[in-house]
Design a binder for this molecule. Structure first.
Ligand code: APR
Length: 240
């Protein structure tokens, strides 16, 4: 811990990549944990794809509503707050990249968060919007739809098989391109291109530090693996 704290103090630029484990201590059900009760019989891969939405729009919409309601009940944790406080003290020294769609980094005070996988709190049109598609007045429904052409609203998240938003990916790659330290927190490191950002940092010669109670796919490129929980260790790590 002490060595990593020193590295954080010395670093010129820190890129942070977070995943579902970052929000675990806030009580956000992870993707798989969200498969409880009514949803237990569905595989996430069968819910989080465009083809699943087109085939079963109400089912997929209701699953996202269920997750949105769960997220509305929780708060950013001490780990989110410690990262946000560091970024406020040192705005030029930290870039935060997240795979999480829950908006907790932003709510903790980090509006510049690079949200690689979009936001579960927002919707967008499924098909390219036409003149008749008015965001302000979609017809009620599960999901809401354009009253004229039937275009559906969908969650503004990146589904399996979809490209990441280019602006976010560019911003993330730029942050990795100038970091000398990367903190990889609460991600299993199996989903690309996000996991590739840690590999890129390592290849550039940056130190990579993992914060995760469990081993991950990225351990091999880590300078240090802290087997810690995010909300427990970040407050002291990110102190000046
Ligand atoms: N602190 C830190 N890490 C934790 C904690 C904690 N308190 N609790 C769990 N973890 C770790 C787990 O050990 C695991 O390695 O968080 C990781 C969560 O891994 P995943 O559930 O695979 O989440 P993530 O890596 O974010 O998944 C990437 O895949 O499910 C899709 O699009 C979704 O953005 C998501 C992407």
């Amino acid at each position: 811990m002490d060595t990593v704290r020193d590295w954080i103090r010395e670093a010129q630029h820190i890129a942070v990549l977070t995943g579902a484990g970052m929000s675990a201590e806030s009580g956000v059900p992870t993707f798989r944990d969200a498969q409880t009760g009514l949803w237990a019989r569905f595989n996430p891969q069968d819910l989080a794809t465009e083809s699943a939405f087109r085939a079963h729009p109400q089912r997929v919409w209701d699953w996202y509503q269920f997750r949105r309601e769960a997220i509305a009940q929780v708060q950013p944790n001490a780990g989110h707050r410690a990262l946000a406080a560091f970024a406020q003290r040192h705005p030029e020294r930290l870039s935060l990249i997240t795979q999480n769609v829950d908006g907790l980094h932003q709510r903790a005070g980090q509006p510049q968060t690079i949200a690689l996988h979009g936001s579960i709190l927002e919707d967008r049109w499924l098909d390219a919007s036409r003149a008749c598609c008015q965001i302000a007045a979609p017809a009620d429904g599960h999901p809401p739809r354009c009253a004229t052409c039937g275009n559906l609203r969908r969650p503004a998240v990146v589904w399996f098989g979809e490209n990441l938003p280019q602006a976010e990916l560019d911003a993330a790659e730029a942050a990795v391109g100038r970091c000398d330290l990367m903190l990889v927190i609460g991600t299993s490191g199996v989903v690309y291109p996000a996991a590739g950002l840690a590999l890129a940092a390592h290849q550039r010669g940056a130190r990579v530090v993992l914060i995760n109670p469990e081993p991950t796919e990225l351990d091999a490129v880590a300078s240090r693996c802290l087997r810690e929980r995010a909300a427990q260790c970040l407050p002291s790590l990110m102190e000046d």
